[in-house]
Design a protein around this ligand. Structure first.
Ligand code: ADP
Ligand code: MG
Length: 388
């Protein structure tokens, strides 16, 4: 069928036509938004899971929900070796462009003035222009250089401004496993303080399965601040819905055999479902999408994954790191024991420390528990096994 009408959306962070199976998280978020708007407390959210399960698109959905209820929403993606301050600052800029208009109240003016000082804390040359005169306004001082103080001040003033319209501030951070430990600690302290004062702040962090452990290592009280949601693979019925719902909206059906074949091949991973669904659609002559289309879709979708999803990760690894990954792949999708990897490679565990650390830094592996190591990407082992 015509690829121009193709309703599937393989790709990192690409919003699906139908977001399936995440009602529990969306409900938790919705309840938290309402509770905070009503002046009651609520737990922030941590979404953790492997790559390709749908953390980013869920985070986008949570942002939309908050925005549609009038909340001030800031979103940032953490990157290793880069300060999160700037990423948050730039998203505050986007937010303020929407709300900073001539004639706004004192609390927005104050938040704008504080945001300007936050901007100055990481960028001495650039200036934001909102066409507002903040000379006489309160605020500012978010440029001490200490993230906890500066971001805390910025959020406090924004929550004050949001309170005027009965809303709050939502801060969403993706790839949060890449935040530095001191950044995580600052963030946790800010959430903790906001909860105690009853400030209207709600945070959602998304990241790899190591994120909950990183949080509790950063601050022992982390587990009380957050509700932890594992973003896992979809069950059979949900996986089928990922395929059928977008097609049905265009009057296209899937045969039962085709559905079963594709859901079995995708193993419940949303990314794989989108990739196979897209290819099966393109292979089909019309409705319904049948078993032969499903077979072709799986082969072609798999080829696309090999050329993109898996390959870009493999190519990021140095020869020594690849040797490490190959040793891991002997355990399939894992996890592997780091001590056993060392035995397989006939090296001392300490000698493999750098390769392991680099692989974690590159986002290819993570440590599920002390002494364990696992791939961040499902089915990576099978890909590695066939690499020359
Ligand atoms: N709940 C879902 N229902 C349908 N498709 C989804 C769902 N979650 C994710 N996807 C699809 O899976 C792919 C990966 O999503 P993404 O949010 O980038 O995953 P992650 O951030 O966990 O790596 C995208 O192509 C997206 O469209
Ligand atoms: Mg993501």
């Amino acid at each position: 069928m015509d690829p121009r009408d193709n309703p599937y959306s393989p790709g990192a962070g690409r919003r699906p036509v139908a977001l399936i199976g995440r009602e529990r998280e969306m409900t938790a978020w919705d309840i938290a938004l309402t509770r905070i708007a009503d002046g009651r407390g609520a737990q922030s959210l941590v979404l953790y899971g492997l790559r390709g399960v749908g953390k980013t698109v869920l985070l986008t959905q949570l942002a939309l929900m908050a925005r549609s209820q009038g909340w001030y929403v800031m979103g940032a993606e953490a990157r290793r070796g880069q300060s999160v301050r700037e990423a948050i600052g730039e998203s505050v800029h986007g937010l303020l462009l929407e709300i900073a208009r001539p004639g706004v109240g004192q609390r927005i003016l104050k938040a704008v003035k504080t945001a300007l000082s936050f901007k100055a804390s990481y960028d001495s040359t650039g200036v934001w222009h909102f066409g507002l005169d903040v000379t006489g306004a309160e605020g500012g001082g978010a440029d001490t250089g200490a993230l906890e103080t500066d971001l805390g001040r910025l959020i406090l003033d924004l929550t004050g401004a949001a309170e005027d319209k009965g809303a709050g501030v939502a801060l969403l951070i993706d790839e949060a496993q890449d935040l530095a430990t001191d950044e995580l600690a600052a963030l946790l302290a800010i959430v903790h303080g906001a909860n105690q004062r009853g400030d209207r702040l709600l945070v959602a962090l998304a990241g790899l399965p190591s994120l909950p452990r990183q949080l509790s290592e950063a601050k022992s009280y982390a587990e009380r601040l957050f509700a932890f949601h594992e973003i896992a693979i979809l069950n059979r019925a949900e996986a089928a819905a990922v395929l059928t719902e977008p097609a049905e909206a265009l009057g296209v059906r899937w045969t039962t055999a085709a559905l079963e074949r594709v859901t079995a091949a995708a193993g419940g991973y949303p990314y794989f479902l989108q990739e196979y669904g897209q290819a099966a659609w393109n292979a089909a002559d019309g409705s319904p999408i049948g078993d032969t289309d499903a077979r072709i879709g799986i082969v072609q979708g798999r080829r696309a994954l090999d050329a993109g999803f898996f390959r870009i990760r493999w190519e990021r690894a140095s020869p020594a790191e690849r040797a490490y990954l190959r040793a891991m792949a002997q355990d399939g999708d894992g996890p592997s024991l780091t001590a056993q990897i060392a035995t397989r490679l006939k090296k001392k565990p300490s000698a493999l420390g750098p390769a392991r650390a680099n692989l974690i830094g590159k986002g290819l592996v993570y440590s599920p528990a002390h002494g364990d190591i696992a791939f961040t990407v499902p089915a990576m082992a099978a890909f590695i096994d066939v690499q020359p």
